[in-house]
Design a protein around this ligand. Structure first.
Ligand code: NAI
Ligand SMILES: N[C@@H](CC=O)C(=O)O
Length: 341
């Protein structure tokens, strides 16, 4: 990293996963000057891997993907197998892997394999995919090339930054967060009278739903984020199995309206509460009074509230009507690693 090509630092990126996040990231790379030459030298989607040591035009690749194209059909690039391992085997010079493919919570799948092969080659990683980190927390936060994961802990919502800063002096008495944008959005559309399937389709169109939206609705996406936040900031060593997980699919419009009539709102809530021997972690729909910061949010917002012993109650929200803010979190990690190198 930080090759100096004619005075500008160059970061050679391998981007794995070219959907809502990968595509948005490519557009963000193309659209503005970051003070660093972010050069996409390889990209991987479900069709395979493509390589161009001189750099693949990110705007062209993003447009090709947005038009429904497969990476391997992009004219002028070399097709190099199907995995990040295949990419690196070509000898292409790479400084950083962005992993934005689908997750696999059983095995880690292609995402975890990609992260491992990159780190074994000395290459740092920026994750959008949560599964690799949830399954291999100790490994990926241990010795070796850096693994950055802002987008895995609530999109652009700076959950980890807020908690780390606050908990430098204070103790957390309770953390509450709406960490899954899709569930929050879907509940609000159902409250407005839409059926669940149509509401989910709308979330998919925005690009905020998981590749498999049952991950959102059944609570697994929020549970992954909660595990990562607890491990990163609360000194927990949690795994997914430690979280009491309930989804939102069973919440009916009647229940949503009844809560409204009582001056409440049903919110997909993630909580971390200290116990004698660690943290109790839970995810599920909860009824909050209208005055609560997480009940006041727009349908497209996510948020976090931390109640502390000496620093009062802190709250932050983020408005994420599409995948761009999460891609911006990925970009934030890329630039942070580039500037630190
Ligand atoms: N959409 C969002 O708002 C956010 C998504 N994420 C995470 O980012 C990841 C990607 O999400 P989206 O872009 O929404 O999904 P998506 O479904 O829009 O895109 C997934 C991409 O991965 C590619 N892919 C499939 N199998 C692959 C493989 N074996 N190797 C490499 N690429 C492969 C697909 O071709 C597609 O380009 C997921 O792990 C998700 O949890 C994280 C934060 C926010
Ligand atoms: N599917 C997630 C987006 C990625 O983290 C959500 O709806 O919040």
């Amino acid at each position: 990293m930080n090759d100096l090509d004619g005075g500008t630092a160059t970061v050679r990126l391998v981007v794995s996963g070219l959907g809502a996040i990968g595509g948005s990231l490519l557009r963000l790379i193309a659209d503005r000057d970051h003070g660093v030459d972010l050069r996409v030298v390889a990209a991987v989607d479900s069709s395979g891997a493509i390589v161009d040591d001189g750099g693949i035009d990110p705007a062209r690749l993003a447009a090709h993907k947005a038009a429904g194209g497969r990476a391997v059909d992009l004219p002028g690039v070399t097709v190099a197998g199907t995995t990040v391992g295949d990419v690196l085997a070509t000898g292409v010079r790479a400084d950083l892997l962005v992993e934005a493919g689908p997750g696999d919570l059983e095995t880690g799948g292609a995402g975890l394999a990609a992260v491992r092969v990159a780190r074994a080659a000395g290459i740092p990683v920026v994750l959008a995919a949560k599964a690799p980190l949830v399954l291999a927390w100790d490994e990926l936060t241990g010795p070796g090339p850096a693994v950055a994961y802002s987008a895995c802990t609530g999109g652009a919502l700076p959950t980890v930054t807020l908690l780390r800063a606050t908990l430098t002096s204070a103790r957390a008495l309770r953390v509450e967060a709406a960490l899954n944008g899709t569930s929050a959005y879907v509940l609000r559309l159902v409250e407005d009278g839409l059926d669940l399937a149509t509401a989910v389709e709308r979330a998919q169109r925005l690009g905020i739903a998981e590749p498999d939206p049952s991950w959102d609705l059944d609570g697994w996406d929020a549970a992954c984020k909660l595990v990562l936040i607890a491990n990163a900031t609360l000194g927990a060593r949690a795994r997914l199995g430690d979280v009491d997980v309930r989804g939102v699919s069973g919440v009916t419009r009647d229940e949503l309206l009844r809560a409204r009539a009582n001056g409440h709102r049903i919110v997909p809530l993630a909580t971390a509460v200290p116990e004698a021997d660690g943290w109790r972690l839970a995810v599920g729909p909860a009824e909050l009074p209208d005055a609560h910061p997480l009940a006041r949010m727009d349908p497209e917002e996510m948020g976090i509230v931390v109640h502390t012993d000496i620093a009062g109650r802190l709250a932050a929200t983020t408005h994420e009507p599409d995948a761009i803010p999460s891609a911006a979190a990925v970009l934030r990690d890329i630039l942070t690693l580039a500037r630190a190198a």
